[in-house]
Design a protein around this ligand. Structure first.
Ligand SMILES: NC(=O)c1ccc[n+]([C@@H]2O[C@H](COP(=O)([O-])OP(=O)(O)OC[C@H]3O[C@@H](n4cnc5c(N)ncnc54)[C@H](O)[C@@H]3O)[C@@H](O)[C@H]2O)c1
Length: 239
């Protein structure tokens, strides 16, 4: 058990990649708060589903205060909640741009502004930001999403420096998944998914469990000398 006694918050933890991360953390002995604005797709011992919209600034502060009051501290934070609103740039609306940046970028800031300093105060912690292969290489029709996911990598490097500056081991890393079979891909046509699979060295799409395994590694002491990094988990893909 790599996470015994740890308190972990996973945003977007009701399903998909976040759901698999929540389950994997619980199996490693953590108490997991799966914070999501959507309905829970599973129930499991030691995973507590909690309603949260990461764009709600006041709601995030209230969430943070309640978790600290109830569980005492937060050792691990996975900023996983994310959405797409795809469109070619010339057709993209302000609404599509703002919503994606609000959830995928400001949503991270809304929690880290409290949880990062708290980790400094308790003597350490691990923050994992879920970026994307699209944030690393860019992608046609996803200017808003690419900007948000590249932004998540910038935040990762910034927070890794900021929260460790007093010599406290608060580690901050990102995972950049390739195409992983979850609901977020529902709007992507099947033939395009097949093309994406062929663009990987392994000739297949990923499974959420394969992202969760890397999250367990980054959350645990197994990765004690890794910070400020982005781990590409994409089957060897370049977009
Ligand atoms: N699936 C992929 O191919 C893929 C690839 C690269 C990166 N990602 C990233 O992985 C993360 C998880 O994606 P997924 O594939 O599991 O998607 P998903 O749609 O299956 O799950 C996303 C979860 O986030 C929640 N969520 C959305 N907006 C929220 C908000 N404002 N506040 C709280 N919760 C919110 C949803 O309710 C949902 O439970 C996202 O950040 C996504 O961008 C996914």
């Amino acid at each position: 058990m790599k996470l015994t006694g740890k308190i972990a918050v996973v945003t977007g933890g009701a399903r998909g990649i976040g759901g698999e991360i929540a389950k994997a953390f619980a199996l490693e002995g953590a108490t997991v708060i799966a914070a999501d604005m959507g309905e829970a797709s599973f129930q499991m011992e030691n995973v507590i589903h909690y309603p949260l919209n990461v764009t709600d600034t006041e709601g995030c502060k209230k969430f943070y205060d309640e978790i600290i009051e109830k569980y005492g501290q937060i050792d691990i934070l996975v900023n996983n909640a994310g959405i797409t609103r795809d469109s070619m740039t010339r057709k993209m609306t302000d609404e599509q741009w703002d919503l994606v940046l609000d959830v995928n970028l400001k949503g991270l800031f809304n929690l880290v502004r409290y949880i990062g300093p708290q980790m400094e105060n308790i003597g350490g912690g691990s923050i994992i930001n879920i970026s994307s292969v699209v944030g690393v290489f860019g992608n046609i029709g996803q200017a808003n999403y690419a900007a948000s996911k590249a932004g998540a990598i910038g935040l990762t490097m910034t927070w890794a420096k900021e929260f460790a500056r007093k010599g406290v081991p608060v580690r901050v890393n990102a995972i950049a998944p390739g195409y992983v079979m979850t609901d977020i891909l529902k709007t992507v046509p099947e033939d395009l998914l097949q093309q994406f699979a062929q663009m990987t060295m392994l000739k297949r799409l990923g499974q959420p469990e394969e992202i969760a395994k890397v999250a367990v590694f980054l959350a645990s002491d197994d990765s004690s000398y890794i910070t400020g990094q982005t781990i590409n988990v994409n089957g060897g893909m370049r977009l």
